[in-house]
Write a protein of this length. Structure first.
Length: 188
């Protein structure tokens, strides 16, 4: 695909990442394109599963996050009651993992956020086989990479970054029929 089209779709993926993304942690946007028509057939962004509370919702924090916290994590959040700690976390408007100081990917089970790549695949109105995906992020995580490969996406464009989110995902692409192409953000 010619660079001008790649740049166009990468800019649109960036727009999705920053305009529609409810995730407090990572602004990721994805566009799925049919190479035959160059038409957009799907899009996705990071966010909670459809119809479920956001990660700063008191009910979510009390019933999803709190039960998973270790004793050390609870101490780190303060000496208040469960309700006080959950209210404190809700008022931070941050991913619970970020409040605890974890980097992207660490303690992912504390967040119900679904990644943009899988959200885009789940909403496609047509089969994914042979389509292209444009990701406003670095190399997708292992779970998304597996979903992308299994769906039959032909080519994945992502941002060239210094460090991979999960380096092993790159290995999966190299052993699949899905081509991974990294795009230099400076070209936009």
């Amino acid at each position: 695909m010619k660079d001008k089209f790649v740049g166009k779709y990468m800019r649109l993926a960036r727009q999705i990442a920053f305009d529609n993304n409810p995730c407090f942690s990572r602004k990721v946007g994805v566009l799925v394109v049919d190479p035959a028509t160059r038409g957009i057939v799907g899009a996705g962004y990071n966010g909670p599963p459809e119809g479920t509370p956001h990660c700063n919702d008191i009910d979510f924090l009390s019933n999803f996050v709190w039960p998973q916290l270790t004793k050390e994590e609870r101490v780190q959040l303060g000496s208040g009651s469960k309700d006080e700690v959950c209210e404190y976390m809700a008022n931070q408007n941050k991913c619970p993992r970020n409040i605890l100081g974890y980097s992207c990917g660490a303690r992912a089970e504390l967040c119900s956020c679904q990644h943009a790549e899988r959200n885009a695949l789940n909403k496609l109105p047509i089969p994914a086989k042979g389509l292209m995906m444009f990701c406003w992020c670095g190399v997708p995580c292992i779970q998304c990479t597996g979903s992308i490969i299994n769906a039959g996406i032909k080519t994945v464009y992502c941002l060239k970054q210094e460090e991979d989110y999960q380096p092993e995902a790159r290995w999966l692409y190299s052993h699949s029929k899905t081509t991974l192409i990294e795009y230099d953000e400076a070209l936009l």
